[in-house]
Design a protein. Structure first.
Length: 151
């Protein structure tokens, strides 16, 4: 059986510790090979899940596999992906924002879309303390992507 498939299935475990372990293993594996990329469509579907935990896992895995995206699947879902910059859950929004430099690095053709979405983001929908954290994440991400563009 495909060990990647077992890990992907584990992303939906009721026990978040198991799901998180599977997530970390898939992210780690994605640094070295494209084996997880064949499950991209599952990752893409995850970002529409009712569970913010599942959405976050999908966002992280899409970003982790950006370097393997020869099929331009990220390009096809980028608008939906970027909508999570203002996810209902601020923790998911923060995770999404932090993944964007990784996507920009491997998908430079998407930088203008990413920058536009970040500049339009309005974190005022979140409770007070989360607003400043989201604003800070946006600023840091804009700076990091700006440095990528210059390099």
């Amino acid at each position: 059986m495909d060990s990647y498939l077992e890990l992907v299935n584990g992303l939906f475990a009721k026990d978040n510790r198991i799901a998180h372990k599977c997530l970390n293993e898939l992210i780690s594996a994605s640094e070295n090979d494209s084996g997880a990329y064949k499950h991209f469509d599952t990752f893409a579907a995850m970002i529409d899940n009712d569970s913010s935990y599942v959405r976050t896992r999908g966002l992280l895995l899409i970003s982790a596999n950006a370097k393997w995206d020869a099929d331009n699947k990220i390009d096809e879902i980028i608008d939906n992906y970027l909508s999570h910059i203002m996810d209902d859950k601020p923790i998911t929004a923060r995770q999404c924002i932090k993944t964007l430099p990784g996507i920009a690095k491997h998908k430079p053709d998407l930088i203008s879309d990413i920058l536009s979405a970040l500049k339009k983001a309005n974190p005022q929908q979140y409770a007070g303390s989360m607003q400043s954290l989201v604003y800070s994440d946006i600023r840091a991400t804009l700076k990091e992507i700006g440095q990528l563009s210059k390099g």
